[in-house]
Write a protein that binds this ligand. Structure first.
Ligand code: ZN
Length: 500
């Protein structure tokens, strides 16, 4: 029998697709919450999202899903299904096992703590008072440990936190990769800071309307499909959705026109990945992204390797000037725009404002603290002091208060441990993909100078996007780049871009 006619496999795919549809509805409501929601509707939206989360949990743990899986596994043993189906079944089994082992009571406690934690964190941050937030963090850590116990990660709970975002990633592997990166990065950044290049002139008079049309024009040219997506405004840029409906956001600050553009390019990198996934396989392992690090490699590749390159600015410079015909202070040339896109600002303590030379230091700091919290080596009450000490060691400066230190990121308020390393693993993969792409696609950078990006997107489509979740981060790197994931290409790229 043809794989796609085997009734339990048809049933399995149908159920996985329904789960993806439910996830899509939640995602769309979440997008709307950040883009359009009237302030008075927050409670109603919370109720709507809560109901969808409940429906999702029920659908993920339904016995009929387990029965379909078991029947498919039996058929696989008999050699009755193809290799693609084997991947779908393997990944769906792992997801199913995780869902059924978490009792509904724990799942809803976690959901409640996430929403409560966000408000407590926001208040604590504006009061610069870590002690207000500490009990939330304690409770999140306790829940994470309990979950790890239930899922067979009792002796290594941080591995579960990492694996959640990037299948196959472990603390030991991250420690090894980050160790090598840190060794090369720290002395290089110190030398760069001392040099502290002359600041390019500030870009003035770049109104929001010009920024909006420039961002739209650029991301469309890169290959983001506006027939299957939108670009809107939110407080923090993000990307939501998949397949034929992908929503990007950015924000427009008159004084910082490159932030909105590079922010939109970053989110478009995520969006083009989602648009490149198989629509027919939505919800199965063949039609979902490989993990957060691979996702981040796509956004960073377009933002950094492409949109911060000199060639990109020789195409985009005229576009920029056309978008702001009345910019005060006279027109800026391509070289000034290239310099502004690559500005190094030493001494910054805020991760989301960091340049690409310093960014990974912020991530390594958080990884170090998370692993100490999970191992029990560090108590929550001692976290601010440990943060400040590491900031001095790695970034060269101690925070003045908790809002520019331990309370700056939203992640821990939602219990999203193990997420930060994805950013730097993504940067590593982006640099490694870039190195490979330049060998495979001769003259790639000359394309950018002409505003042509189709060869790069086509290559990423076939090598990464259409592969779905068939491989994890390490397997994907090995297949595409012919080498293990490694810090060296990222270090080489940074030196090439910013100087030895
Ligand atoms: Zn991103």
């Amino acid at each position: 029998m043809n794989t796609h006619e085997f009734p339990p496999y048809v049933e399995l795919r149908g159920r996985l697709r329904r789960l993806a549809v439910l996830g899509g509805v939640s995602g769309l409501l979440g997008w709307d919450e950040q883009v359009n929601l009237p302030p008075g509707a927050a409670a109603r939206r919370g109720e709507q999202l809560g109901l969808l989360a409940e429906l999702s949990h029920t659908a993920q743990t339904e016995p009929a899903l387990g029965l379909a899986l078991a029947a498919c596994e039996k058929e696989l043993e008999r050699g009755g299904l193809d290799a693609e189906a084997a991947t779908v079944v393997r990944v769906a089994r792992a997801d199913y096992e995780r869902a059924v082992r978490i009792p509904a009571e724990l799942a809803s406690e976690k959901a409640r703590l996430c929403s409560e934690g966000y408000h407590v964190w926001a208040e604590a941050r504006s009061a610069r008072d870590f002690l207000r937030f500490a009990p939330v963090l304690e409770r999140h850590l306790a829940l994470a440990r309990r979950e790890a116990g239930l899922l067979g990660f009792g002796d290594r709970p941080y591995d579960l936190a990492l694996d959640r975002h990037d299948p196959g990633v472990t603390e030991a592997k991250v420690a090894e990769l980050f160790g090598a990166l840190r060794e090369g990065l720290v002395p290089w950044v110190r030398a760069l800071d001392l040099r502290s290049a002359a600041k390019p002139p500030a870009l003035q008079g770049c109104n929001a309307e010009g920024q909006r049309s420039l961002a739209r024009r650029v991301v469309e040219r890169l290959g983001f499909d506006f027939e299957r997506g939108r670009l809107d405004v939110s407080l923090h840029p993000f990307c939501e959705g998949s397949g034929s409906d992908v929503r990007l956001t950015t924000r427009y600050e008159v004084a910082r026109p490159l932030d909105s553009l590079l922010g939109a390019v970053h989110e478009a990198g995520h969006g083009m990945y989602e648009q490149g996934l198989s629509e027919a396989e939505a919800g199965t392992a063949l039609g979902v992204a490989a993990g957060m690090a691979v996702h981040e490699s796509q956004s960073r590749l377009w933002e950094n390797q492409v949109a911060r390159s000199r060639e990109f600015w020789s195409w985009c410079g005229p576009e920029f000037r056309a978008a702001f015909p009345e910019s005060a202070g006279g027109p800026v040339d391509d070289e000034a725009l290239f310099a502004a896109a690559n500005l190094i600002e030493p001494g910054g303590l805020i991760r989301v404002e960091a340049d690409e030379a310093h960014y990974n230091l912020h991530v390594m700091l958080r990884f170090e603290l998370e692993r100490r919290l999970f191992s029990g080596e560090l108590a929550v009450r001692d976290l601010p002091a440990a943060w400040d000490e590491l900031a001095e060691e790695m970034l060269g400066r101690r925070p003045q208060h908790a809002a520019e230190g331990v309370l700056q990121d939203v992640h821990w308020s939602g219990g999203a441990f193990g997420y930060f390393p994805s950013y730097t693993l993504g940067n590593m993969l982006a640099a490694q993909l870039w190195q490979t792409a330049k060998v495979r696609l001769q003259g790639l950078e000359r394309d950018f100078a002409r505003g042509e990006f189709g060869r790069l997107l086509g290559w990423l489509r076939s090598e990464v996007h259409t592969r779905g979740r068939r491989e994890n981060l390490f397997e994907l790197t090995r297949r595409v780049c012919g080498a293990e994931l490694d810090a060296a290409p990222l270090l080489a790229y940074l030196r090439e871009r910013h100087g030895p």
